[in-house]
Write a protein that binds this ligand. Structure first.
Ligand code: PEP
Ligand code: MG
Length: 748
């Protein structure tokens, strides 16, 4: 790179910084900035276009185009050359703009006079902010150096804190990070909460984008990169037992940390006048913009690596750790790109709510949030870029909506909703000691689902009559190594003790496929939910299952033990799994250990096939529990994780209810106790219908017990049964309308 351009661009950046430091209102400063750039680049025109909303760009300042068009000229993303730069996040450089494909002429700007065009994206950490353009009359092709110089300038412009103030009309302008923003995501866990943002990984703040002494900045960068490489090397040597694939992933990560290309680009940025941290951020922004356009999942993962490395580097350079010194607010709502289950557990019940950019309904974080009964919204895109520590935030887990820095009217409305929920909770508490008996005297047993020690306090609070489903895989998922048998036995004992002699049904490990343990070898499967999971893994690789069964037997010494096997698809699987439990019990007896007083062995009915198993299966099973989450997805062939299809199928679909009734009938004939433990058991209307068609035991999240009990106590289940039968007989394809109509006539 020739010296002349380097020092030119440094001079420009320095003048830019000085201009930005001068007092003045936003528009005036931006006008000065474009004048300065046009002058330095030797072009007649320099303009800044900024995003007004996700789809629209607005001309916010110009040197050279007609001044009247400022804040008037707008274009859609992708429209014209400016719109195309914004859309693709790549520069356009042409000596003959009108001849370019997609050129759109804006008469009000007077740009017909200008032939050459160079536009570069203005972006900040991958967030598109706008487009910076220079134009000139002569048919000039800008050099690589000039493009680069303009990109560096765009980086500094992006850091201008008041940019947002230029977008919008007149004085009613709001800067970014000040406006109210709503995010529409998905529901991870229901519930509503108000609080203050607590960023899991607070954004690094760069206060010095321009630097005077490139040699010093280079030295800082080199030192920081050396520290980074050492820490990555340390990760590779200290991370315990890795399989080949994990090793490869970490090696790729290390390769990036050592990448010459990455280093070279940052060195060039510094030579142009950026500070070391601004150089890192500029390359990070470019990588994030590329991330959006890369469809290949492997490459996307690698770009994520680069993003992660950039964050680490920024923290080393600025000394800003995760701990920014800010105190966690009293009412924290955690905001993060993603979070692991163990980290979430560390925060525990201190959190009022959680909002994630990624995540999924079945992610481990969601499982933990559910266990802690913390409202969770997932897929809130770009919230980590928008939210600042301490911002006011409202989380509506029921609808998957988040309001950041809400208007007062929205907040007031929201508070009413929270107050109503609290009021309802109070009235449910008064029902705690009462049975869920309907008007005709039919009693339904309401049990709770659990999976963590953190769930146990809910046992007493909720008034649950037992634990109908203890998901044992959670204890495996939150660890980095296989738990030891003694460790598990101690844990299961604590669970039984917390239940005060009430029944606890332990479900053996439901892992494999998507629920991969960190220490388990990952197996790529085209369709993991229908793959090698749960009892299939337990039977093929019996080591862990046997260890778990031994732990359960030891914990239950001198008490009754209930075990159920997940995802049983056919009788033989159940027979084999049951036999291994009996064999282990026999083995323990031989060792002279005190046995359980009784052993119950049940099966989860989660695949339609099991509903058609031979009578002998129903006779052999001590109890059956319908896992409605899985059963429903396989009945309708609709992935429970896929937002597009998940909500399309209703539990009250007539065919599905009829199918459930068949299961009830088979269990009644064989006198096999039957329960339902999927999410639908905790939804009051669905729970009523399940009770009406013959499910006498329902197991649900602890928070659902109150609302379900409240409703059951106010209705006559036999009456509801008649309504269901009547609607079906009249040809209804869905029973919900009839149920709602009937409910409206009840005193509930
Ligand atoms: C179910 O499938 O309904 C169930 C209770 O199991 P899980 O949600 O853990 O798959
Ligand atoms: Mg299941």
């Amino acid at each position: 790179m020739p010296d002349r351009t380097e020092s030119d661009s440094r001079r420009l950046l320095r003048r830019l910084r000085d201009t930005l430091a001068e007092p003045g209102a936003g528009q005036e400063r931006l006008d000065r900035v474009v004048r300065l750039i046009a002058h330095s680049m030797g072009t007649e025109v320099c303009s800044v276009y900024l995003f007004r909303d996700d789809e629209t760009l607005e001309l916010c300042a110009t040197e050279g185009l007609k001044r009247e068009s400022v804040h008037k000229t707008r274009m859609k993303l992708g429209e014209g050359l400016v719109g195309r730069v914004a859309k693709t996040s790549t520069p356009i450089n042409t000596a003959n703009a009108p001849a370019e494909k997609g050129f759109r002429y804006m008469p009000e700007t007077g740009e017909e006079l200008y032939s050459s065009f160079l536009g570069v994206p203005v972006q900040r950490l991958g967030e598109k902010v706008g487009v910076l353009v220079v134009q000139s009359k002569d048919a000039r092709q800008f050099s690589e150096d000039e493009i680069y110089a303009l990109e560096v300038v765009a980086m500094v412009v992006a850091e201008m804190s008041e940019l947002g103030a230029f977008i919008g009309e007149g004085d009613a302008l709001a800067a970014p990070h000040k406006q109210a923003v709503m995010f529409r995501g998905g529901t991870g866990q229901e519930g509503a909460a108000e609080g203050r943002v607590w960023l899991h990984e607070p954004r690094v703040v760069i206060t010095n984008p321009v630097a005077d002494d490139p040699a010093r900045e280079l030295e800082r960068l080199n030192k920081a990169v050396t520290d980074l490489r050492l820490s990555v090397d340390a990760m590779l040597t200290t991370t315990e037992v890795m399989d080949k694939e994990q090793q490869q992933i970490l090696e790729a990560y290390r390769m990036f940390a050592n990448s010459r290309g990455w280093m070279r680009r940052m060195e060039e940025d510094i030579a142009r006048g950026l500070s070391a941290e601004a150089a890192v951020e500029k390359e990070q922004s470019a990588a994030r913009a590329r991330l959006e356009t890369v469809p290949d999942p492997y490459l996307r993962e690698r770009l994520h690596d680069l993003d992660d490395l950039s964050n680490r580097l920024l923290r080393i350079l600025t000394g800003q750790g995760r701990d920014t010194g800010a105190a966690m607010p009293d009412d924290p709502i955690l905001v993060a790109r993603n979070i692991g289950p163990a980290e979430l557990l560390d925060y525990g019940r201190r959190l009022r709510g959680v909002v994630l950019e990624e995540g999924s309904v079945a992610s481990h974080a969601a499982v933990v949030a559910r266990a802690l009964a913390i409202p969770l919204v997932i897929h809130a895109e770009l919230i980590t870029t928008e939210a600042l520590n301490g911002d006011q935030i409202l989380v509506d887990g029921d609808q998957g909506i988040v309001h950041l820095r809400p208007e007062e009217t929205v907040a007031r409305h929201f508070r009413e909703k929270i107050a109503m929920q609290a009021e309802a909770q109070k009235s449910y508490a008064s029902l705690r000691e009462l049975p869920a008996t309907d008007r005709s005297g039919q009693t339904i047993a309401l049990l709770m689902n659990a999976g963590l020690i953190a769930d146990l306090p809910s046992f007493v609070r909720s008034g649950a009559e037992g634990v109908g489903l203890f998901r044992t895989e959670l204890q495996f998922l939150i660890r980095s190594h296989v738990p030891k048998r003694a460790e598990l036995a101690a844990l299961y004992l604590r669970v039984m003790e917390a239940a005060h002699g009430k029944r606890v049904v332990f479900r053996t490990l439901d892992i494999g496929s998507d629920k991969v343990l960190p220490y388990m070898k990952r197996i790529e499967e085209p369709n993991p939910a229908m793959g090698w999971r749960a009892i299939r893994v337990g039977l093929d690789k019996p080591g862990i299952l046997r260890m778990q069964l031994q732990a359960l037997l030891r914990a239950a010494a001198g008490r009754p033990l209930s075990v159920m096997f997940p995802f049983v698809a056919e009788f033989d699987e159940f027979r084999e799994a049951r036999q291994s439990l009996l064999d282990e019990a026999e083995g323990e007896r031989h060792l002279g250990r005190k046995p359980p007083t009784a052993i119950e062995v049940g099966a989860m009915l989660e695949t339609p096939s099991l509903a058609f198993a031979p009578d002998a299966f129903f006779e052999m099973a001590d109890f059956i529990s319908v896992g409605g989450n899985d059963l429903k997805q396989f009945f309708f062939a609709a992935d429970r994780e896929n937002e597009r299809v998940r909500k399309r199928y209703d539990m009250l679909n007539t065919s599905y209810v009829t199918f459930l009734e068949k299961i009830v009938a088979r269990c009644e004939r064989a006198k096999t106790p039957l329960s339902f433990c999927g999410e639908d058991a905790g939804r009051p209307i669905e729970a009523l219908c399940l009770a009406a068609i013959g499910f006498r035991t329902l197991s649900m999240r602890p928070a659902s017990i109150g609302p379900v009990k409240h409703l059951i106590r106010r209705v006559d289940l036999a009456g509801l049964r008649a309504v269901l039968d009547g609607a079906r007989a009249s040809g209804a394809t869905n029973l919900r309308p009839a149920v709602m109509e009937w409910l409206a006539r009840q005193d509930v």
